[in-house]
Design a protein around this ligand. Structure first.
Ligand SMILES: *Cc1c(COP(=O)(O)O)cnc(C)c1O
Length: 392
């Protein structure tokens, strides 16, 4: 579908399905189900569903389908399944393909809920998971086995912004026939090259940059048509993690401005990282800075540095709290990718549940603060961050 269009054009138009009224903006098909002209017609649709036919909104819906087509076109995959949240996408991508006795290798540095799925839930269903340091190829090599079915990683880890060498990990995983599942939230769909580097399934929390305005929860699983329709869809449609049509409409509108927003936010993040990089009160972690440990990978595996930075504030938790409490523009919250800049203290919020040893191992220091850069003027944000640093 219009493969010759550039990404920004596809993000505005691809997937649109106009009704006979010829509406400009995508319609919200806020309906649970669909009517059949005849009993034969119903039987026919249940027997084999056409490209543009629907039965029940848990299985699919025209507005949701528009979003799936649009995001798949941007990511460069054949197909997509939209989900109720990012976690429904992560869980669905894993659970739809795994069974008791399977082995999974996962990077250790994960979003708290992802860690819960991989560490607690999968184990309960008899799936064995080996955790590795995602940046250490020797650990991946040692952990992979002939019975490894899947590999899971966040392409940039949350909150410490470590970057796994996706091409190398995918090559190793494919060597044993494992499916590579990438949670790509921090890279964003705009900067993603995950498919070209070897990801088989790409997962997003659409709650983050795709909505980007803090309105709705959503997620998406992207991959080959075969895998999405034969493995993911049966699991998702029967377990009930479908995206609502109204949310899909929000995400479609988000896609129209996604490129502009993400690029502006990444520019803001870079400006702030540069301005704070020689401030002795804070150590700045940002993939776009030359001193980031995996900076060399950034140019190759992502088309931009992302919109999030981590700040390790001298003086530990007390100083970090004083910093947060002094901010006037940047909000204390736990979303990211939003138009509003948001600051989080992972050790006491998103990663609170981890033991002190585990936090230590993952680099979640008491002074560590995650900053998601929004669309405000970077000069105002810099003044706000300096106000925070002056307060420590
Ligand atoms: C937020 C997030 C999720 C979960 O997404 P929800 O939409 O909140 O369910 C999963 N992975 C990463 C990396 C995230 O940042």
């Amino acid at each position: 579908m219009h493969d010759d269009w550039k990404p920004r054009t596809r993000m505005v138009h691809t997937g649109s399905r106009r009704s006979r009224y010829g509406e400009v903006s995508e319609s919200i098909f806020l309906t649970q189900g669909f009517v059949y002209d005849t009993a034969e017609d119903a039987a026919q649709r249940f027997e084999s569903l056409g490209e543009d036919e629907f039965i029940y909104a848990r299985y699919g819906n025209p507005t949701v389908r528009m979003f799936e087509d649009r995001i798949a076109s941007l990511e460069g995959t054949e197909d997509a399944f939209a989900t109720a949240s990012g976690m429904a996408a992560v869980t669905g991508a894993l659970a739809s393909m795994l069974r008791a006795g399977d082995h999974v290798v996962s990077a250790r540095a994960l979003f708290g809920s992802c860690l819960y799925i991989l560490e607690d839930v999968l184990a309960r269903y008899g799936v064995e998971v080996t955790f590795v340091d995602g940046t250490d190829l020797d650990q991946w090599r040692a952990a992979l086995r002939p019975d490894t079915r899947a590999v899971f990683l966040e392409s940039i880890s949350n909150p410490t912004l470590e970057i796994a060498d996706l091409r190398a990990v995918a090559d190793l995983a494919h060597g044993v026939g494992a499916t590579v599942i990438v949670d790509n939230v921090f890279v964003t769909p705009v900067f993603s090259r995950a498919v070209e580097l070897g990801a088989d399934l790409v997962v997003y929390s659409a709650t983050k940059h795709i909505d980007g305005q803090g309105r709705a929860l959503g997620g998406v699983i992207l991959g080959s048509r075969d895998h999405i329709r034969k493995v993911v869809e049966p699991y998702m449609k029967h377990t009930g993690g479908a995206m609502s049509p109204f949310t899909a409409w929000i995400m479609l509108k988000g896609m129209e401005t996604l490129d502009l927003r993400v690029r502006a936010q990444a520019e803001g993040a870079r400006a702030l990282a540069d301005a704070l990089s020689d401030d002795p009160r804070v150590r700045v972690i940002f993939p776009g800075l030359p001193d980031h440990p995996q900076h060399a990978l950034v140019g190759d595996q992502m088309a931009g540095p992302g919109t999030v930075l981590a700040l390790d504030i001298a003086g530990g938790q007390e100083a970090a709290f004083r910093f947060l409490n002094a901010l006037e523009i940047v909000l204390i919250s736990n979303n990211l990718g939003d138009a509003k800049s948001i600051v989080t203290h992972p050790a006491t919020t998103t990663h609170q549940r981890l033991s002190p040893e585990r936090k230590d191992q993952l680099g979640i220091a008491p002074g560590l603060v995650r900053l998601s850069v929004g669309l405000e003027d970077p000069a105002d944000l810099l003044a706000d961050l300096r106000r925070g640093l002056d307060a420590i």
